[in-house]
Design a binder for this molecule. Sequence first.
Ligand code: FES
Length: 132
Amino acid sequence: MSRGTRPGFGYDGSMKRLSTLDEIPREGLKFTYFESRVEMGGILLRLPDGSLRAWKNECRHLPMELDSRAPHSLWDADGKKLVCNSHGAEFLPDSGLCTGGPCRGSHLRSLPLRVEDDTVYLDTAAMSSFLD
Ligand code: FES
């Protein structure tokens, strides 16, 4: 597989480079990707146990990014749950489960990741099986 990237997109054909493991900020890394030619937002998290999660940055109540409204923060005041700034839905960072708010019981959409040589990629080739 080619490792070259398309200028401006960061793709190598089937994967998009997101970060090295050490460069993932504690509060997570926001990124963009294309879903059916539409630019979408994602959030890459490295959890305290070292495991990785990538969530589509979209509330399950309405099709809005979690931090699209003020105060534009992905996290609640304790920094323990992802929060939608629109109507206050809260999501567990490890499972994506909504534990409070208008979409309680639903889940954030997971995005597929691949790690190679300490670099984290969005596995765009596997996306269709992850998105519902
Ligand atoms: S749009 Fe997220 S809780 Fe309403």
